[in-house]
Write a protein that binds this ligand. Structure first.
Ligand code: ATP
Ligand code: MG
Length: 177
């Protein structure tokens, strides 16, 4: 019997950094899917306020966390921005293993994938007031507790690369390149 990819799914985010809200979705999607592709969006950016971590660092955060959780049916694919939305879905498809279903709650992402004929499933937001990348970065920047918002494997990676020091260096007003 020919195999099909009807239970192959995609979740895409920037994961700057991976937090417990992302993990709530990833856990459920990995359970519901035969295979889950985790797309790391805006992969070419790093060392900025919005995108402090490289694609490779984000890759490691996801890989170490899923290893600790015992999740194995996934691939991680860094995806660079194209800044050309009409062909963005084709670009994602060209980089990822096959998938039929996309989990997202971002209306624009949902729109682009459904226009391209993909099945799109809502992924409800889990405690969004604190589980957001923006809030994790703000807390790191302001020296507040951020470790409770991320998996412990993510905190370990951030410590190893001195992510706190990197993010706090963005505050220095005379920083010049
Ligand atoms: P940022 O604040 O940096 O934009 P973010 O928390 O919005 O970060 P992204 O890396 O932009 O996360 O990834 C967006 C995707 O992550 C969304 O499509 C959404 O499905 C999922 N997501 C983000 N936060 C949560 C959450 N608290 N609960 C469930 N899913 C979430
Ligand atoms: Mg976001």
């Amino acid at each position: 019997m020919a195999s099909d990819f009807s239970k192959y799914s995609l979740v895409i985010g920037r994961f700057q950094p991976l937090h417990l809200g992302h993990m709530d979705v990833i856990r459920k999607c990995a359970e519901e899917s035969e295979h889950l592709t985790i797309g790391i969006g805006s992969a070419q950016y790093s060392h900025t306020v919005e995108n402090p971590f490289t694609a490779g660092e984000r890759y490691l955060m996801i890989e170490e966390t899923l290893k600790a959780e015992g999740i194995t049916n996934y691939s991680i694919v860094p995806v660079e921005d194209l800044n050309r939305y009409s062909v963005w879905v084709a670009h994602v498809v060209s980089m990822c293993p096959p998938f039929s279903c996309v989990y997202s709650n971002n209306p624009f992402t949902k729109r682009l994938f459904s226009e391209a004929g993909f099945k799109v499933k809502d992924s409800p937001l889990y405690n969004r007031s604190c589980y957001s990348g923006t809030e994790v970065r703000r807390r790191i920047s302001d020296g507040e507790d951020w470790r409770s918002l991320v998996p412990s494997a993510v905190a370990e990676v951030i410590d190893k690369i001195d992510g706190e020091g990197r993010i706090q260096s963005f505050n220095a007003s005379d920083a010049q390149l």
